[in-house]
Design a protein around this ligand. Structure first.
Ligand code: PMP
Ligand code: GLU
Length: 398
């Protein structure tokens, strides 16, 4: 039967993060004692005022189809947030809300990329950027970086991969999976290169904006000449602990926003009416729960980093945002425990799952086969337990 499926589904890679999460769910349901560091999913509850707004939406009967790009009031509240937090001015017509930032990214890539167009993606990158590009028949052009350079690319590396076919540049800051945060000066250095190549559009994924331990979030759209060629992607899953609500958005030049609305009009229409009312409350409401959650992530970052950096054989950067450690484990390649040999990051992720009972995601899916990703969006106790178990299992590899 498989041959009856369309070629595009064969071309589509399965999400490695969701695949691993499903495997862990299955193991846990069979009673396995796994410490789950797989998914980038806040372990906090959605703030109360946001949940109340959703309940009110149901009670008021706000349960019908919505405008494709989202309620006007929601888009106005997002414009207000951009003005308040990013000093950027957008009209509601430049904002398109979607069923999660993942759909926002798919809308943009499918709206812009023709077969053969090149999409430049600094590696390590979030899994779906490359998968969606392949779906659109675009060519993924990666720029490698490593733990020594804090996983940030240099302007020279960027310029070296630009060709006349370069169409789109996709990156996240704070970054999933590395936790790296580009400073304004570092973004300006990249913008100097982009100014020489006006045809390239920048897709800036800022979904971890509020999980930033540097105290400053810089948006490339705010730099000279970049506003008219940047699409910002953002969402509610991370900063407001709303992964299950499914709400993300783009702010973009009008022509891109209109294309994305057209695309979405044939796929999903406007996202859930109740979620949108909750989203408006998040945009306009008290930010204390968000800043509190960020403080917890920072404490866990410190706890986890103190352990990881002392485990022999691991190389780790100090993440300054998001909630991941992306750890270089390549010094273990070729080592064994009994009949298990570690030849690559996938082997290491599977070894830690079976021996340490700690679930991680292999770096291959993020474009870096020397590393594995640990999410520290989990309790202090579980994090410390995971680190102890990992140290014991790694020490057994000879
Ligand atoms: N971008 C990045 C960098 C992410 O880590 C995620 C993971 N949730 C998303 C986009 C998509 O988020 P969502 O669809 O939940 O809004
Ligand atoms: N973005 C999260 C992660 O990277 C959730 C999984 C996903 O949406 O793919 O773990």
């Amino acid at each position: 039967m498989l041959e009856k499926l369309a070629e595009r589904i064969a071309r589509l890679e399965e999400s490695a993060t969701l695949q691993m999460a499903a495997m862990v769910r299955e193991l846990k349901s069979r009673g396995e004692d796994i410490v789950d560091l797989t998914l980038g999913e806040p372990d906090f509850d959605t703030p109360l005022h946001i949940k109340e707004a959703a309940k009110q939406a149901i009670d008021k009967g706000i349960t019908k189809y919505t405008p494709v790009a989202g309620f006007l009031d929601l888009r106005k509240s997002i414009a207000q947030k951009l003005h308040r937090d990013n000093q950027l001015t957008y009209t509601p017509e430049q904002i398109v809300c979607s069923t999660g930032a993942k759909q926002s990214i798919a809308n943009v890539v499918l709206s812009l990329i023709n077969p053969g167009d090149e999409v430049i993606i600094p590696a390590p990158y979030w899994v779906s950027y490359s998968a969606i590009t392949h779906l659109a028949e675009g060519k993924v052009v990666t720029i490698a970086s490593n733990v020594e350079q804090d996983y940030k690319i240099t302007p020279a590396q960027l310029e070296a991969v630009i060709t006349p076919k370069s169409k789109l540049f996709i990156f996240s800051s704070p970054c999933n999976p590395t936790g790296a945060v580009y400073t304004k000066e570092e973004l300006e250095a990249l913008a100097v290169v982009f100014r020489k190549y006006p045809n390239i559009i920048i897709l800036a994924d800022e979904i971890y904006e509020y999980i930033n331990f540097t105290g400053v979030h810089a948006s490339i759209a705010s730099l000279e000449g970049m506003y008219d060629r940047t699409v910002i992607v953002n969402g509610f899953s991370k900063g407001f602990a709303m992964t299950g609500w499914r709400l993300g958005y783009i702010t973009a030049p009008l022509w891109i926003a209109q294309a994305c609305t057209k695309m979405q009009g044939q796929f999903t229409s406007g996202t859930c009416s109740i979620t949108q009312m909750a989203g408006e409350a998040a945009m306009l409401g008290d930010m204390t729960p968000t800043t509190d959650m960020c403080a917890h992530y920072k404490r866990r970052r410190d706890l986890g980093y103190a352990q990881l950096k002392n485990i022999p054989g691991l190389k780790v950067n100090l993440p300054t945002g998001a909630f991941y450690f992306f750890t270089d484990i390549s010094s273990f390649f070729g080592k064994k425990n009994g009949d298990i040999t570690i030849n690559n990051a996938h082997d290491m992720s599977m070894y830690l799952l079976s021996d340490a009972k700690v679930s991680t995601v292999s770096g291959e899916a993020f474009g870096d086969g020397n590393c594995i990703r640990f999410s520290y969006a989990t309790s202090d106790d579980k994090l410390l337990l995971a680190m102890d178990r990992i140290a014991v299992s790694l020490a057994k590899l000879k």
